[in-house]
Write a protein that binds this ligand. Sequence first.
Ligand SMILES: Cc1ncc(COP(=O)(O)O)c(C=O)c1O
Length: 393
Amino acid sequence: MTIAKKIKSSIAQSSMIRKMFEEGIFLKKKYGADKVYDFSLGNPNVEQPEEFKRELINLAAENIPLKHGYMPHAGYPETRQAIAQKINKTSALKIDADHLIMSCGAGGALNVILKALLDPGDEVIVLKPFFLEYPFYIENFAGVVKYAPTKKDFSLDIEAIAAAITDMTKAIIINSPNNPTGKVYTEKEIAELSRMLLEKGRVLGKTIYLVSDEPYAEIVFDNVTVPSLLKAYPNSIVAYSYSKTLSLPGERIGYIAVNPQIHEAGDLISALILCTRILGFVNAPALMQRIVARLQDVAVDVKVYQKKRDLLCAGLAKAGYKFEKPQGAFYLFVESPIPDDVEFVKMLLKKNILAVPGSGFGGPGYFRIAYCVDDATIVNSLEGFAQAINECT
Ligand SMILES: Cc1ncc(COP(=O)(O)O)c(C=O)c1O
């Protein structure tokens, strides 16, 4: 066999979204792009802020020595300084530039973190439903994925997480606002999680790291606030991304923030820097680092996503669908009207609607709608959604 067995099985496991993507291309060719309602991919469609466009032009014109050159693997000190200031201002923390390592988005950050933390066989807890790359990322470094459920409303089930912890547990990944559910964990839930992890760590005589995957930190609605994990739990590491904050997923820019309270934080930071290098990232993209340093107080217009959420939720509720109204990100995780979510997604496909079965996210019986699409796509899809649910009853 040409390719590694592990990758062959990973291709098979990740085929659901790929299949949707291929179906989408086929349907758009057949019926025209405006007659196909593609909710399969979380590709932000809100425009980059004007400040981003302006700074990109400024930067291109500026004469900076070695503008496109290599740099320290952790990234430009002035960028990390600007981010540290922002974190300290918003969370009343004392992070300095040395606690930050620039990354190629949250995906790059998570791989660097897991490489730095995991010995073969170490366990990482993942909460269901989950971002479908987590198991691949963990297995990249011979880690073992341990799943724990969330509650019916997708809030944290502290007891279930506690039950998943063993003496091999190295870390837990949490993601809030969440993909695929849009859930934002409350300060109370985070405090309970923190208490439980500290207690478990004490009993087991080890540190359990909390890896907080935060690409949607700024995409929140209805004045909901996202509690700071760095503040809540001493052994926390944040994977942040500008992919959604500034609508830049193709530019691959984010950072890792290490809680200064972590025991031997200096060793961890050295490991993260080395892992950035030896995973082949070398450093995060240079121009984007300079830009985000200048745009710490800028984000896309979140109201645009909120309007899309409201349009979609109102339309689907009217048609009889059941779901938890998302508080952030740009996904809706909807109960499938029939138990077999894959079958229901096929029914939606017949209405030219592309969604992703919840099974792919460890959430069978649901399907995911990524509503980072034109308002017209949402509005024009509603009739198809209504027809599909009516055909189930
Ligand atoms: C939960 C979650 N984590 C990480 C990522 C990766 O984002 P990035 O583009 O920053 O690598 C995504 C992207 O959709 C995501 O939804």
